[in-house]
Write a protein that binds this ligand. Structure first.
Ligand code: NCD
Length: 296
């Protein structure tokens, strides 16, 4: 494994097992003491060229709870990026001050490009419609926590499977396990061919009572050429209380969030709703990831 975290492709089941053991360890520490000073003196830079709430704050909280500090660049328009600085130069600048760079960027392959010039680890926090590997890892961790296992499960992914980077990384990750992947999307938003031959259902009714996990996603408005095209598919699937109750009693409903109407608020109190616990798990998994890249 490289010191960078760029894609799910670099992980094996063994790596994931090790990582999740550490995430469990950090969960226990945070619940008991709030944090540790394992990375005392370490500094991370959050370099975000696209909006973020959960990813940037959970990476920051993870660093703080490991005893380190964070340089937050959450609004690149106020940095030299707005003066025309290249990604490469910005990365080579931040590595003078930080021990790790967490990068979100609109271009596919941006994290890889950054890793090409960086002497500190780069963590891909989303590269356009490419990947979002740390999200997929916290998603998988959540499946283990909620379902007690991953092998043997049916996982349905719903929504924008074309543009959603979280489902791209999660589909790659689940391919390491014995999982039945059920894709539900309008034709225009099906998985791109590089994610394998996934049978796609247009109707949620076909899979709703089969799925152990329903992973819902937002239609990625910012990736559409026109508002008209977006509006054609937005609102294709809505999970409300009635739909949720058609699922197995033991099923989990997940969402990377933000949601923009695809899961009604009346689902939040349903025991199947796992999306707030999923967010919390992001903290523990990102603590484990920061520890890993700083140990390399
Ligand atoms: C996702 C993202 O940025 O890809 N958000 C997140 O990191 N939790 C999902 C999305 O924006 O729809």
């Amino acid at each position: 494994m490289t010191k960078h975290i760029l894609s799910i492709d670099q992980f094996t089941r063994k790596d994931i097992e090790k990582l999740f053991k550490r995430a469990e360890h950090f969960k226990a520490i945070v619940e008991k003491d709030g944090g540790t000073d394992l990375l005392k003196g370490h500094v991370s830079a959050n370099l975000f060229y696209e909006p973020s709430t959960r990813t940037s704050s959970s990476f920051a909280a993870a660093m703080y709870r490991l005893g380190g500090n964070v340089i937050p660049i959450n609004d690149v328009q106020y940095s030299s990026v707005s003066k025309g600085e290249t990604l490469e130069d910005t990365v080579r600048t931040l590595e003078q001050y930080a021990d790790v760079i967490v990068l979100r960027h609109p271009d596919v392959g941006a994290a890889k490009r950054a890793a090409g010039v960086a002497s500190v680890p780069i963590i891909n926090a989303g590269d356009g419609v490419g990947e979002h590997p740390t999200q997929a890892l916290l998603d998988l961790f959540t499946i283990f926590e909620e379902q007690g296992r991953v092998d043997g499960l049916s996982v349905a992914m719903l929504g924008d499977l074309k543009n959603g980077r979280t489902v791209h990384s999660l589909a790659k990750l689940l391919a390491l396990y014995d999982v039945e992947l059920l894709a539900v999307a309008p034709n225009e938003l099906a998985f791109p061919p590089e994610y394998g031959k996934v049978k796609t259902y247009e109707s949620l009714d076909k899979v709703i009572d089969k799925a152990d996990v329903l992973y819902v996603t937002r239609v990625q408005k910012e990736r559409f050429a026109s508002l008209e095209e977006y509006e054609k598919v937005q609102g294709s699937y809505i999970i409300d209380g009635d739909v949720a109750n058609k699922m197995k009693k033991s099923a989990s409903i997940m969402h990377p969030l933000p949601r923009v109407g695809e899961i009604h608020f009346d689902v939040d109190a349903n025991p199947r709703a796992a999306y707030f616990r999923q967010m919390r798990n992001g903290l523990y998994v990102r603590m484990a990831l920061l520890e890993q890249v700083q140990a390399n």
